[in-house]
Ligand binder design. Structure first.
Ligand code: F0G
Length: 457
């Protein structure tokens, strides 16, 4: 096979992106208080804020959209949606929701109560928040290797199985209504979970009669990592790998904005008839009737096609290779990143990039602002601004939207990061001028800390 891996698509519709001058970007940054969430998206050249809902749909998805059946109840589009999802995930009940966090809220409202404990490899923010909202405790049990940014390990998303057994022993299985596995582990750097780990976690769960649920947002990327890195899976199609993985669980939550290849949507699956009934009752209260759950019929169609496309091997090869390409090209020049590059994103270690800026002066925010100033690239800080003083790392995430950017865009991103790397010593820390009482990173206002200038005598 030829060595060059190409984008496995040709472009049928284009969306122009606009250049700004460095001077304009300086003004835009000041107007946005150095918080990239506050920038108008049209002033961003390459937007790597998130891979969620930002992907490009295929011709087959757009064609399916025209087939959307907008009937309130019993829509044909729901049948397409359910059968496509069941084909991969295999669960008895498929409940559509408007996005992932809606599925989480319904799942935890039905399964958890005050005092319960929910283990995960690493909870994503919305998962944690929805668990805490019902008074339960969200516990992260990722393996020790998963917490060391520069350490290379094939499955840094794995759960520490011994820690899970210890936790069950300590709090008692009655207090653990479910165990979750996030594939891939977004908060831990987009790192995969191995099939062996899924199997072992599943065995512990079954021995203790605790249901196992997947946070399945990036299930296809995880399947491809298993194919690439785990013995015995090299010749298996990604779809079969995903099907096997889901057989070890009892249900899942899903944001279709990631590996559903859609711009909106999500779902909740379970094999439990009683839970499904309770979940549907709650769904009707806030999301909608169970055959649409807050989505238009056309969205259901786009997801039905998208989840299957996400498993195409050509697509996954391009996806994983292009993310690694970005990570490896900057790492080769010394830029510190979370190793190895994840499936959907590259995470720069801002504390190591800017060692002269202490965490209290937001090195991640300073670096993200500089990447925008230098080249119009938008990334996101995952560190002290997001988590406060409790943050263990200050990372800048460059999340790659699906099927949106070509290799020359990525080459451009590499060039800009390396430019900023050369001038890293001149980058200044930041201080807050406004913060909201919770989730402050979305609206915070910051300004650079100017060095005191020595006064002439
Ligand atoms: N679980 C994981 C692992 C996620 O990454 C996300 C979203 C969700 C759940 C929630 O899904 O947004 O559809 O409600 N992650 C996005 C991101 C926002 O940028 O990483 P949602």
């Amino acid at each position: 096979m030829p060595r060059t891996i190409i984008e496995p698509f040709r472009i049928k519709s284009v969306e122009p992106i606009e250049w700004t001058t460095r001077q304009e970007r300086g003004q835009l940054l000041r107007a946005a208080y150095y918080n990239l969430f506050l920038l108008p998206a049209e002033d961003v050249l390459i937007d790597l804020l998130t891979d969620s809902g930002t992907g490009a749909m295929s011709t087959a998805q757009w064609a399916a959209i025209m087939e959307g059946d907008e009937s309130y109840a019993g829509s044909k589009s729901y049948d397409h949606f359910r059968s496509s999802i069941q084909d991969i995930f295999g669960y008895r009940h498929v409940i559509p929701t408007h996005q992932g966090r809606a599925a989480e809220r319904i799942l935890f409202s039905v399964m958890c109560k005050k005092g319960d404990v929910v283990p995960n490899n690493t909870h994503f923010d919305t998962t944690r928040a929805n668990i805490e909202f019902v008074g339960a405790e969200a516990v992260d049990l990722v393996i020790a290797e998963g917490k060391q940014p520069s350490l290379i390990h094939p499955f840094k998303g794995n759960m520490d199985v011994q820690a899970l057994e210890d936790l069950i022993q300590r709090v008692g299985r009655e207090r653990i209504p479910l165990v979750m596995l996030t594939v891939t582990n977004n908060s831990g750097g987009g790192q995969p979970v191995s099939m062996e780990n899924v199997r072992r976690v599943s065995t512990v769960c079954r021995q203790n009669r605790i249901p196992l649920y997947f946070d399945a947002c990036r299930f296809a990327e995880n399947a491809y990592f298993i194919k690439e890195r785990e013995e015995g899976y090299e010749d298996r199609p990604p779809k079969e790998i995903a099907q096997e993985m889901f057989r070890y669980g009892d249900g899942c939550t899903m944001s279709a904005k990631k590996d559903g290849m859609a711009n909106i949507g999500g779902f909740l699956c379970t094999n439990d008839d009683l839970l499904a009934q309770q979940e549907k009752n709650l769904l009707i209260l806030t999301e909608g009737y169970p055959t649409y759950g807050g989505l238009a019929g056309r969205d259901l169609e786009a997801i039905a096609v998208g989840v299957q496309e996400a498993l195409h091997e050509d697509y996954l090869r391009y996806r994983i290779v292009s993310t690694a390409y970005l990570g490896n090209h900057i790492a080769e020049q010394g830029v510190p990143i979370v190793q190895p590059p994840g499936g959907h994103a590259v995470y720069i270690d801002a504390r190591a990039f800017l060692p002269h800026i202490p965490p209290s002066e937001f090195p991640g925010v300073a670096l993200a602002a500089e990447l925008y100033l230098e080249g119009g690239i938008r990334s996101v800080e995952i560190g002290t601004l997001m988590f406060g003083a409790a943050a263990k790392m200050d990372l800048v995430r460059l999340a790659i939207p699906r099927r949106v950017y070509t290799q020359s865009h990525i080459d451009y991103v590499v060039e800009i990061i390396l430019e900023v790397w050369k001038k890293r010593e001149q980058i200044k820390g930041m201080k807050l001028s406004y913060e909201a009482p919770f989730l402050r990173h979305f609206t915070a206002r910051l300004e650079p800390i100017e060095q005191a200038v020595a006064q002439p005598a």
